[in-house]
Design a protein around this ligand. Structure first.
Ligand code: GUN
Ligand code: ZN
Length: 431
């Protein structure tokens, strides 16, 4: 069935860059998005398209609102939902004090399912339609989040965490069980409906060389499965890696040596890297998840977007909850603006939108399916409400352009600014 949505429409065709290139964008102030069977038919000017529309096409009127593509979160931990906003500590102490105890609770399968459902409701409330998600070491954590995504029709990628050293005993697997469990999960989930699987070594500090090698073997056997891990987030972590892997040129090189750097590898953070790492990551098709709320909250450092994009590294935004402090990619984008401002780098609102939509889709190699409103793409979209708060209503009323309005919404936004979230053309009901 054909349906249409009338509102201002904005989407990216490419990276607008620091200069906010207008050729990278398409904007229709009075726009119409036409959807059929969950797929975009056309996005264009409402008066023109309405004149051609057959009488039986239902038109939903969102005039005064802005429709943008569904947001894509390139890095988030669903088991850490309940430790969001936990006081103090940088990465390694934060893991021991908060993250590991929270993840240990996921030994309980029923609890894992409950949190998976709450987590996806929160994503949808914030306009996030796709995410690359860490589970816990327990295989059933991946089942829980993928089942919950399947029941909502979401495009989502997740994986069970691999960790066999330097962490609490109760959270350890082994190289053999990591390989066997991940393989079974790949066979069960990868490519089913809109779901994908990610081989998920937590980070090089918590995997033995045998386990990293097993992960690399699996990555080689399943070239279209994702690889999802952390890289160069915290100075103490980077120093520890240098001690643990004295033969590697850099932290990235550790992953590369074990066959974990390739297309569809996604590395969260990427703060403490050099130009050689950046060119290597770009050449091999790896991607970086820029997680500004986490990087500020855990005192980790500042992401260098200009250097990453100059090297042609694929970059998308990640919330990194529970190290990150919000599941909203709009709030995440507002912190990205500040992180870049501190480094004299610009982040126009349209580029922030790119990093949360098409850029993220490119980072995940999903840009043939989602990320903008090109005909044939899956109709995941968000209806933004400029009047979501009284303050943003006042501020956007005096905005002279869509760029100015979008910037103000991004800086002021929370989930009140998401009026509706559509998954493959269906309005999602928060359960
Ligand atoms: N590095 C290894 N594990 C984690 C984690 O759970 N969160 C963050 N932010 N960094 C990590
Ligand atoms: Zn993380």
């Amino acid at each position: 069935m054909r349906e249409a949505y009338r509102a201002s429409l904005l989407h990216c065709l490419a990276d607008p860059g620091e200069e906010a290139e207008s050729s990278a964008l398409e904007y229709f102030e009075d726009g119409l998005l036409i959807v059929e069977d969950g797929v975009v038919v056309e996005a264009g000017d409402a008066p023109t398209l309405l004149a051609q529309l057959s009488d039986d096409t239902a038109v939903t009127d969102f005039s005064g609102k802005i429709i943008v593509p569904g947001f894509i979160d390139c890095h988030v931990h669903f088991p850490q939902l309940d430790i969001i906003a936990s006081y103090g500590e940088q990465l390694l102490d934060w893991l021991n004090r908060y993250a590991y105890p929270a993840e240990a609770r996921f030994a309980d399968e029923i609890y894992a399912r409950e949190i998976a459902n709450v987590f996806l409701n929160e994503l949808l409330r914030n306009g996030t339609t796709t995410a690359l998600v860490f589970g816990t070491v327990h295989a059933h954590s991946a089942d829980a989040i993928l089942e919950a995504a399947e029941s909502r029709g979401m495009r989502l990628i997740a994986g069970k965490v691999l960790m066999d050293i330097n962490c609490p005993d109760e959270l350890q697997d082994t190289p053999e069980s990591a390989y066997a469990d991940s393989k079974a999960l790949i066979e069960r989930w990868h490519g089913k409906d809109r779901l994908g699987y990610a081989i998920t070594p937590r980070f090089a500090l918590t995997s033995s060389e045998e386990q990293l090698a097993a992960a690399g073997r699996l990555a080689n056997e399943y070239p279209d499965v994702w690889i999802h891990t952390h890289l160069a987030e915290n100075k103490a972590e980077v120093e520890e890696i240098a001690r643990q892997f004295p033969g590697s040129r850099s932290y990235l090189d550790v992953y590369d040596q074990f066959g974990l750097l390739r297309e569809r590898s996604v590395f969260a953070h990427c703060l403490h890297m050099d130009d050689e790492d950046r060119s290597c990551m770009a050449a091999k098709g790896g991607a970086a998840a820029f997680c500004p709320t986490s990087n500020l909250f855990l005192g980790s450092g500042l992401f260098n977007l200009r250097a990453m994009r100059a090297a042609n590294v694929r970059v998308g935004l990640g919330t990194d909850v529970g190290g990150g402090t919000s599941l909203s990619l709009l709030r995440t984008a507002s912190e990205a603006y500040k992180v870049l401002h501190l480094q004299n780098q610009a982040l126009p609102a349209t580029r922030a939108l790119y990093l949360a939509t098409l850029g993220a889709a490119e980072a995940l190699y999903l840009d043939d399916k989602v990320g903008n409103f090109e005909p044939g793409k899956e109709a995941d979209f968000v209806v933004l409400d400029p009047a979501g708060s009284s303050l943003s209503e006042r501020r956007t009323r005096v905005a002279a352009s869509i760029e100015e309005a979008l910037f103000a919404i991004t800086m002021l936004a929370d989930d009140r600014h998401v009026a509706a979230t559509y998954i493959a053309g269906t309005r999602s009901v928060i359960r």
